[in-house]
Design a protein around this ligand. Sequence first.
Ligand code: UD1
Length: 420
Amino acid sequence: MDKLLVLGGAPLQGEVAISGAKNAALPILAASLLASHPVTIGNVPRLNDITTMLALLGDMGVHHSFDGKTVTIDASDIRRPLASYELVRTMRASILVLGPLLARFGQAVVSLPGGCAIGARPVDLHLKGLTAMGATIKVEKGYIHASASRLHGCRLVLDQVTVTGTENLLMAATLAQGRTIIENAAREPEVSDLAHFLVALGARIDGIGTDVLEVEGVRALNNAGNARDYQVLPDRIETGTYLTAAALTGGCIRTTCTRPELLDAVLAKLREAGAAITTGDHWIELSMPRRPKAVSFHTAPHPAFPTDMQAQLMALNTIAEGVGIITETIFENRFMHVLELRRLGAQIAVEGNTAVCTGVERLNGAPVMATDLRASASLVLAALAAEGETVIDRIYHIDRGYEQIETKFSQLGAEIRRIC
Ligand code: UD1
């Protein structure tokens, strides 16, 4: 099993190009199931989760090719609308094929994703919404069996803000009969990117970027020509991860191919920690001339502070001046990095969904274990700032969401390499 070996201590310097957003590319690939003609999607990151989504689509009979940046997909001919447990269990986002399959083919059999390390993560709101749109849904032997002759539009008020839930219902609504209104919709930029892609395909959607999405269903999405060369938006979490790494190591870096306005809440916290940040249309530069100050925040749906950056900012707090208090409000078990950060010398107390971190002067390298995607990123960041050598095990979690992480950090002057 691959591991990362990190020799900490060097301040990061230089420039790093940000990849396309995993969490936008995944729903967009699933949405290609709605298109009656081949589509071409650019700026797709080369990640294990993308490979899994393409394998899932391929298993259904979808033809596709991926050159490492651009995906071409032809979903005109589906053999079987089935997402099997073998693929779904490795990636929860597989549930995103449910809405498109049901809307276009009138049936879908999708494995229940089950729980995962960071929490139970049910899909009840996806199923409730589709049922309200006229689907018949049964859950049997671990599989969701959904059918509908044609979904119909209706008003949906989501009990809780859910990103993939909003995306599934949005995709389903594009081909439903009549108007669907999704209230309390997620406003994450990745939801908007999906909506823009759907509009390019011919969907009629109002309210993009707000928490009320209104969709006028159409018979077919056959404007694939307009969606040719659709570019996935930059990954705001990858951007924030590299910037936070620079802040931890007292470095100065520029992230390029990104969009500063996607990261307002994160940049505000990094500034509060003492970082000097300048931005242009497609770049962000950060330098940290001093020991960081600890920051406090709670995670919440966009535009508030993203749960996917919580672990990385906690890594920053471990070596900061003062005490930072972090409250996780989205997932019930998203502090697994705490135990591993403590192995590096961090002082963190956890009470329920709140972690209180008292910054120490320095961390010391140690063997640690990655437990989930963003927790793994926080370990890499802490290791880069720690004195001595850290070996991070189980980095397949990192490969799910960070493209060429060791290459990009090496370009920034870090001593990091992959070992077996
Ligand atoms: C997505 C992101 C993930 C991010 C998360 C929150 C993708 C592929 N993944 O995950 O990186 O951390 O948003 O920003 O985009 N919930 C229910 N019932 C449901 C659906 C959700 O109770 O039917 C709960 C979840 O358990 C969680 C909260 O709602 O507590 C938010 O989850 P959700 O936004 O759905 O997360 P994902 O879409 O799975």
